[in-house]
Design a protein around this ligand. Structure first.
Ligand code: PLP
Length: 429
């Protein structure tokens, strides 16, 4: 099943001569759908929630400035992401800096510019102690990223709250909890606590359990401080996305229901609550469109060789079992390819990279694809367009924004494909 809107998007891109017989691969971000997703988020989680978007999921500046206009802040995790967020118009008060490897310069720049940050470990705290002497009046809201060590979800590479995860301060080890509380009590400027219990593959109850841990930690610090020292809780992102159909599940509303049940303090108004959703904001609001260059049969399997592979779908190519994606074929005229056009055959949709595993999907039932068809790769709005992989020196793909309602769609280029000169420059001094 595929939505009429997506069918209209393909027609519009063909009408505007963006998809044609020379097109290789493009990305598409549906700005109207993004706006709707942000509305759903704000509706499910109104104040005291304040939402940021995890920039790593889609760092295109036009996407970011659109999300800013939709009421989002920005969660950044590198100097590059910070620079991009500032370029997209975010101001210090709406940015959170999270990184497990902040340099002294990164820390200094956050404090000097009033950007909030989440501390990863005690060594980082010691560095901040020193820097605070130069920036005693910083308006940065500072606190620890805590790893509640509650266990893994289904995908180990995105599970961040395991006993041995590389992220944050291990709350359950030895007497770490007592030490952390003492560190807070000795520093009244430590005013927030952050956890990001995991991403794709983590059940909602596991996420809620991690969040409950930081709430109880906050209550304990506040009780011992004799005042409300902790004013902000940052509950991270990580809401999973359904990649198997057009349906949005779980919804923000469903997540809110789980949290209201299991961590009602979040909704009390006592704390400002930050979120950092990435995948759930963007994934279902973007697609990749690529042209079939050749189609052939090998060993009883139909192979459609396209121009989208590891350069743009890196995670899916290397971890296909964890990150499967759905595809649909379209005729060169933009009609959805159905059984009326060709028999359904077992198909591998291949990418252009020179290694055998460069397959977008394997052994899927599809009406037989032909040369010059287009393939839509669904749910690729997050972690595809800003996670380029240089294999075979393929260029970064162009990305187009879609605006408007179904009968009046318009398109706008928000990133050109890299030129050959830029590709050469990226391999030169
Ligand atoms: C990646 C990340 C997020 C976003 O995770 P999603 O699964 O995309 O929602 C949020 N916070 C931190 C600290 C992250 O590293």
């Amino acid at each position: 099943m595929i939505s009429n809107r997506k069918k209209n998007i393909v027609k519009t891109l063909i009408d505007n001569n963006i998809l044609h017989s020379q097109t290789t691969t493009i990305g598409v971000m549906d700005f109207e759908a993004l706006r709707q997703t942000c509305e759903d988020l704000h509706h499910a989680f109104p104040a005291p929630f304040k939402h940021t978007f995890a920039v790593k999921a889609n760092a295109l500046t036009d996407v970011l400035s659109h999300l800013r206009e939709c009421g989002m802040g920005a969660e950044v995790a590198s100097p590059g992401e910070l620079a991009i967020a500032l370029h997209a118009g975010y101001t210090a008060k709406d940015i959170i800096f999270d990184s497990p490897a902040k340099t002294r310069d990164d820390l200094q720049s956050c404090l000097a510019n009033d950007i909030s940050l989440n501390i990863d470990n005690m060594t980082e705290l010691a560095r901040i102690d020193k820097l605070m002497q130069q920036h005693p009046d910083t308006r940065s809201i500072i606190g620890f990223r805590v790893n509640p060590q509650i266990g893994s979800g289904k995908i180990s590479s995105t599970s961040t709250a395991t006993a041995t995860s590389k992220f944050g301060y291990a709350l359950a080890d030895n007497d770490n909890r007592e030490q952390l509380i003492a560190s807070y009590l000795a520093r009244p400027w430590l005013r927030s606590i952050h956890t990001h219990s995991g991403s794709q593959g983590c059940p909602l109850s596991l996420m809620a359990q991690g969040i409950a841990e930081i709430v109880s930690l906050a209550e304990e610090i506040n009780a011992q401080a004799g005042q409300q020292q902790i004013v902000r809780l940052d509950i991270g992102g990580g809401l999973p996305v359904n990649f198997s159909s057009e349906e949005v599940t779980p919804t923000f509303a469903e997540y809110a229901t789980v949290l209201k049940d299991e961590v009602p303090q979040l909704f009390s108004g006592k704390y400002e609550i930050k979120t950092e959703f990435g995948r759930t904001i963007a994934a279902k609001n973007g697609v990749i469109l690529t042209r079939v260059e050749y189609a052939k049969n090998m060993g009883g399997r139909h192979i459609a060789t396209t121009h989208a592979g590891a350069q743009v779908a890196t995670r899916t190519i290397f971890l296909p079992a964890a990150w499967p994606i759905r595809v649909n074929g379209f005729l060169p005229n933009g009609e959805l390819r159905t059984e009326q056009h060709a028999p359904v055959v077992q198909t591998d949709v291949a990418g252009p990279c020179c290694f055998a595993a460069d397959l977008i999907c394997k052994d899927v039932s599809l009406p037989q694809l032909a040369a010059d068809d287009y393939v839509m790769i669904h749910d690729t709005g997050a972690y595809y367009f800003s996670n380029h992989f240089d294999y075979n020196s393929l260029p970064r793909v162009a990305v187009y924004a879609i605006h408007g309602n179904d009968d009046t769609l318009t398109t706008r280029c928000i990133r050109e494909s890299q030129t050959m000169a830029q590709v050469v420059a990226s391999m030169s001094k």
